[in-house]
Design a protein around this ligand. Structure first.
Ligand code: B1M
Length: 209
């Protein structure tokens, strides 16, 4: 079995060439992309987050780790997403206004694509009006909202309220580290999921697949 600690160390120190090489070596050795993601990249990012919270590392270190994580997930993407599947529906996915975290959003996009959705990436810091415009323009079945900060959770409520008022018919699903089912119920979103894989299952359940 692969030594995921080697990958975690490279990612935590932001060594993009090392992360790229190790991820490719693991894939060549037959390791599952999901295991490389969960036991390598995601665990490393969780450790970085804990150290960030404890003031042991600061924004620059978090950013270089995030950049290394992005390099690793880009390599894993084709292995996590089954290509050539006819779209089961259209989803808009974005991080809400005021929030710049995009790693979780990008993972949700990968999983939705893997489940067969055509996904429009709305990006980060997305206003309620932009969600409305994209949902209408693409006749979306699903709108996914991500928030990583307690301070941007109210932007989720604003997005849900604006979409309802403007007559968006898509099912609205939400997630992100501080988000809970209770919060989802309180703002009237259609569904909450804890992780990217569960978000894709939830989206599929809404379109009856
Ligand atoms: Co930020 N940050 N950050 N940060 N950052 C957190 C979130 C924090 C918890 C760190 C901490 O204190 N421990 C903390 C938030 C505290 C709080 O509000 N409770 C925090 C803070 C405070 C900040 C700043 C305010 C710091 C500052 O400037 N003083 C600032 C805010 C900037 C802004 O957004 N306006 C900031 C900045 C940054 C960086 C730019 C340095 C960088 C982001 C880089 C990037 O995204 N490109 C960053 C990072 C990397 C983190 C941590 C370390 C890691 C986040 C991450 O990518 N995790 C994070 C600590 C942590 O979470 N451990 C932290 C990996 C990712 C895969 O997980 O996004 O949770 P996550 O996604 C998960 C699930 O949540 C779920 O699926 C994914 C897993 O499968 N999910 C969904 C996500 N969206 C979903 C949507 C769904 C369903 C599931 O349905 C639609």
């Amino acid at each position: 079995m692969a030594d995921f600690e080697v990958l975690r160390v490279a990612m935590k120190s932001g060594k993009v060439p090392d992360v790229t090489r190790i991820v490719n070596e693991f894939l060549d050795a037959g390791e599952k992309a999901e295991d490389i993601l969960n036991q390598g990249l995601l665990q490393a990012m969780t450790e970085v987050g804990k150290r960030f919270k404890a003031n042991e590392v600061f924004v620059p270190e978090v950013l270089i780790a995030a950049r290394a994580m992005k390099a690793g997930t880009e390599i894993l993407k084709p292995h996590l997403v089954e290509a050539g599947v006819e779209a089961v529906g259209t989803a808009i996915m974005g991080t809400v206004k005021g929030d710049l975290h995009d790693i979780g959003k990008n993972l949700v996009i990968m999983m939705l694509e893997g489940a067969g959705f055509n996904v429009i990436d709305a990006g980060v810091d997305v206003s309620p009006e932009k969600f409305v415009a994209l949902a209408k323009e693409h006749n979306a079945h699903i709108v996914g909202l991500s928030a990583l900060l307690t301070t941007t959770m109210p932007s989720m409520k604003a997005a849900v309220d604006t979409m309802r008022t403007e007559g968006v018919t898509a099912k609205i699903i939400i997630g992100g580290a501080p988000v809970t089912q209770t919060y989802c119920d309180s703002i009237g979103a259609d569904g909450y999921s804890e992780d990217a894989a569960a978000a894709a299952e939830l989206a599929l359940s809404f379109i009856g697949s």
